[in-house]
Structure formats: C-alpha cells, structure tokens
Design a binder for this molecule. Structure first.
Ligand SMILES: C[S@@+](CC[C@H](N)C(=O)[O-])C[C@H]1O[C@@H](n2cnc3c(N)ncnc32)[C@H](O)[C@@H]1O
Length: 237
C-alpha cells in the first residue's frame, strides 16, 4: 500500500484476502494447460500488482456508477473488477464459460468479501447480465485462447506456418469469433471503452466499422499477469 493510493491499497488487500480463501489445488486443475497450481501461486503477486496498474488506468477512463461487461474474466482480472466495484461504485458483469472456475472464485469471494457485490457468472457474455448496455467491455486473452480457438490462437501468435494452416477449421473458428465480437460490441453503449490486448484489437475494429463507429487505440499499454500480452484501451465513438 502506498500513501498516494490508499484506495488501491484497500483493493490490493481485498484481492489478497480472496486469494487466501481460494482452493488453489482445484483452480490449478481448471488451468492445467497453464501449469496448474504452481503456475498460479507464482503469479499471485503479479496479478495484484499488474491488476492495480490496469485498474488505475481504467478508472481514469470510465464514469463512476457505470457498468462493465467482462468476457472471459478470471482470476487475472480480479483486482481490476474489485477496483471498479469498491472505488467507483460500478456494476460489473464478469462472464466466463468455465463454470468450475466461476464456482471456485465465487466461493472465495463470498468467504472473504461477503458484502461486496461481485460474482462471476458462468454464462455467455453476449447474454449475461440481462439486456442492459455497458459503457465498458473488458476482453483479455479471449480471442487468443488456445482452448477455445486453437487455430486462431496458433495463427495470432505465428505458431503455424502457412503451409500447415487448416483452412476449413480456420474459417469456422473465425466465423464463431466474429459472431462473438459482434455480439460483445452490440452491448457497448457509445461513447464507450474497450479494454483488450493488442492481439485482439482487430476483432473489435470489424463490428465498429459495420456500424460506422470510430475507434481510437490509446498508446499506453500494461502487461497482463497471466499470458503477458500487453493490454490497452480502445475509445469508441
Ligand atoms: C484464456 S482464458 C482468459 C482468462 C482471463 N481473461 C485471463 O486473461 O487470465 C479465456 C476465457 O474466455 C472464456 N470465454 C470464451 N468465450 C466466452 C463467451 N462467449 N462468454 C464468456 N466467456 C467466454 C473462456 O471460458 C475462458 O475462460
């Protein structure tokens, strides 16, 4: 905690309290592709530090009392989500299709912070949280997820030589990802903000162009704690 940001010190402590209550062994099984329990234990401190950096920047850009839709939100986003709720009185819908991960994170949240209105929902972000619109959409390492989009992920990270690209699977995954991007963009009120990784920006440019919305990508980037991809902000008008 620093004297300059007592609010974020409180958020960091709240995140650490949730981590104390988390079943790390069970969470490691959900994320076994990443290296399991050990991977997460080693990243706990980074999740808090980098989450605070991203969260501070986000709260400079979104209004108090507004609402965020996070797609694929997991442990990595927890400090940012807590910052939105605790410091800015914002509503957060944090959707993640991995039901077990939501269950574990929610159990730790309820135990550590019973009075805080934050829970992960195991639903598709295109429909989660009812029919409302959001002034902010957060999307970190969703379109680059090798579990959901193995071919798109290999392509995005340059892991597949063109001669070995499975074109049919690529086309099918791209169609599904385009539909997700369009569905997320449709939930964003304008003017609005998108928080996403540099690798995922292009997915949002397409639905924006389709409705004549302008997107300005801000230059400032923060690394993510989990994958390490840089995260930044897209101002949408
Ligand atoms: C690689 S994980 C990223 C987790 C986290 N954002 C991070 O950076 O550590 C991608 C997540 O996106 C989720 N996801 C994919 N499509 C989704 C959708 N339509 N709605 C909600 N979550 C989705 C998956 O369930 C998965 O948990």
């Amino acid at each position: 905690m620093t004297r300059a940001d007592p609010g974020w010190g409180r958020v960091a402590q709240a995140a650490r309290d949730v981590f104390e209550r988390l079943d790390w062994g069970a969470l490691g099984e959900v994320y076994c592709d990443f290296g399991g329990e050990r991977f997460w234990r080693e990243r706990r401190a980074d999740v808090v530090t980098l989450g605070r950096e991203l969260g501070k920047r986000l709260l400079h850009r979104v209004p108090r009392g507004g609402a965020s839709l996070w797609v694929g939100a997991g442990l990595g986003e927890l400090p940012v989500l807590l910052g939105e709720v605790l410091l800015h009185g914002r509503t957060v819908v944090a959707a993640n299709l991995r039901a077990r991960e939501c269950e574990l994170l929610n159990a730790a949240l309820r135990s550590a912070l019973p009075d805080v209105a934050l829970a992960y929902v195991a639903e598709d972000a295109r429909t989660a949280g009812g029919a409302g619109a959001f002034d902010h959409v957060g999307c970190i390492s969703v379109f680059t997820d090798p579990e959901t989009w193995p071919v798109l992920s290999d392509f995005a990270y340059g892991r597949v030589p063109p001669v070995r690209l499975d074109v049919e699977r690529f086309v099918a995954e791209r169609a599904a990802a385009r539909a997700l991007a369009a569905g997320l963009f449709a939930r964003l009120r304008r003017p609005g903000l998108v928080t996403t990784t540099a690798e995922e920006v292009a997915w949002f440019l397409e639905p924006a162009a389709a409705v004549g919305a302008a997107i300005d990508a801000e230059a400032e980037l923060v690394p993510t704690a989990v994958v390490g991809d840089p995260v930044g902000f897209l101002a949408v008008r």
